[in-house]
Ligand binder design. Structure first.
Ligand code: FAS
Ligand code: PHB
Length: 394
């Protein structure tokens, strides 16, 4: 097989890149280990930055997003029994949209297949070769047939547990782990309030979000090694009611659980994000704790840069944009890494935290609740920094 860009991974990063390249007349093949159902059902991110929504709209894949996505002009921080609303639109003139990552993936898969895109689901044993040369190769097993895909470039969009990062020699990896995880549930119940609520409580962090007018998304801080077997639905609801309560009559609506899972919390950055003709995008290169709702949005930012740089190569044989990819992408990676770490540190109560630790957290929340510059700094990062170049080279 031969293509211009071989993409490993059919998550948001791989699928969006394949679509943006096709809009610039650049061919790609996407190799995905799992089957289509698995990829389209996986419950993950929920909040799209302003720039992510704009990107999907410009790419012509935002019809359902615009019809079903929920535009949020504000977010809420709850602590000490009181709720403080940050008016994102008023603070920074931008907002966010709540629309499940799995819906974005479904929209992108549909768009690629409709355009005749080549996505190989169930690709086994993917391996990369000759990334230092001008004809890198990907080998994989498709069905029971060993196959070789010869490319000009390979994009590792295969997530944190993928194989592409390991192919980069001399990689530097920076990691921080957190003394807690998130237990997340998807509930068939109308959201208990119209916006996202981040709650800091003595018993630990809790988050109220949603997926539609009928589906609520809720998270609880739990121990880093928590086991779902120790968290029956009754215990989850009891903690959520306690931690999300306020002195202003908030009432959490319960309902049947559609999904329950535990996500570990880590900050991880690998650099460089490229070697020869191999480039990393999204979770393959970096992981942020989900507190800042940055993970998927950061993947989109990487893909915008790669789409523009590959467009420059194929339209004007420019190598400079590709050479500068890591440096360009790293600025936003570290900004999102800091913001996600900061949101996590001020909203969670670490086991063994003393009064000093606690006051450091609550004083920052009080500052955000009472200072416009502080609230605007959070709003600027949460809604997403603006892009200084487009995803299309032309
Ligand atoms: P993905 O991991 O989405 O996609 C990588 C793809 O590559 C997968 O489909 C995988 O099957 C495939 N793959 C892996 N190895 C392969 C191989 N060897 N061969 C072929 N294919 C291979 N972000 C938020 O903003 N908010 C959240 O609430 C949030 N919750 C999350 C919960 C969980 C459990 C996880 C794991 C992540 C969460 N994230 C969240 C982050 C998440 O949304 C990621 O940032 C986003 O999926 C990144 O997209 P990709 O880089 O495309 O990676
Ligand atoms: C979600 O809706 O899944 C969500 C919202 C906000 C976050 C993280 C996850 O910070």
């Amino acid at each position: 097989m031969r293509t211009q860009v071989g993409i490993i991974g059919a998550g948001p990063a791989g699928l969006l890149l394949s679509h943006l390249l096709s809009l610039q007349g650049i061919d790609s093949v996407v190799l995905e280990r799992r089957d289509r159902d698995f990829v389209e059902q996986r419950v993950r991110a929920g909040v799209l930055e302003h720039g992510t929504v704009q990107t999907l709209r410009e790419a012509g894949v935002a019809e359902r997003l615009d019809a079903e996505g929920m535009v949020h002009e504000g977010l809420n921080v709850r602590f000490g029994g009181r709720t403080h609303r940050l008016d994102l639109e008023e603070l920074v003139g931008r907002c966010v949209t709540v629309y499940g990552q799995q819906e974005v993936v479904k929209d992108l898969v549909a768009a690629r297949l409709e355009a005749g895109g080549d996505i190989r689901f169930g690709a086994e044993g993917v391996a990369v070769h000759d990334i230092d040369g001008e004809r890198p190769r990907i080998t994989f097993v498709d069905g029971d047939e060993s196959t070789e895909l010869v490319c000009d470039f390979i994009i590792g969009a295969d997530g944190f547990h993928g194989i592409s990062r390991g192919a980069i020699p001399g990689l530097d990896e920076y990691e921080r782990t957190y003394p807690y995880s998130w237990l997340g549930i998807l509930v068939e119940a109308p959201p208990s309030c119209p916006e996202v609520v981040y709650a800091r409580h003595d018993r630990g962090f809790a988050l109220h979000s949603m997926r539609s007018a009928h589906v609520t998304r809720l998270y609880l801080q739990v121990a880093p090694d928590a086991d779902l077997a120790d968290w029956p639905d009754e215990r989850v609801w009891a903690e959520l009611h306690t931690r999300l309560s306020d002195n202003e009559g908030f009432a959490l609506t319960e309902g049947p659980l559609l999904d329950k899972s535990i996500t570990p919390m880590r900050s991880f950055v690998a650099t460089p994000m490229q070697h020869g003709r191999l480039f990393l995008a999204g979770d393959a290169a970096h992981i942020v704790p989900p507190t800042g709702a940055k993970g998927m949005n950061l993947a989109v930012a990487d893909v915008r840069l790669l789409s523009h740089a590959l467009g420059g190569y194929y339209h004007d044989r420019r190598e400079d944009l590709l050479a500068a990819y890591t440096e360009e992408a790293s600025r936003r990676v570290w900004r999102a890494t800091h913001f996600s770490w900061w949101m996590t540190s001020i909203l969670h109560k670490s086991p063994g935290a003393d009064v000093f630790d606690d006051r450091l957290g609550t004083t920052q929340l009080e500052w955000i609740a009472s200072s416009r510059p502080a609230a605007a700094a959070l709003a600027e990062n949460y809604t997403g920094l603006t892009y200084d170049r487009g995803w299309s080279y032309r």
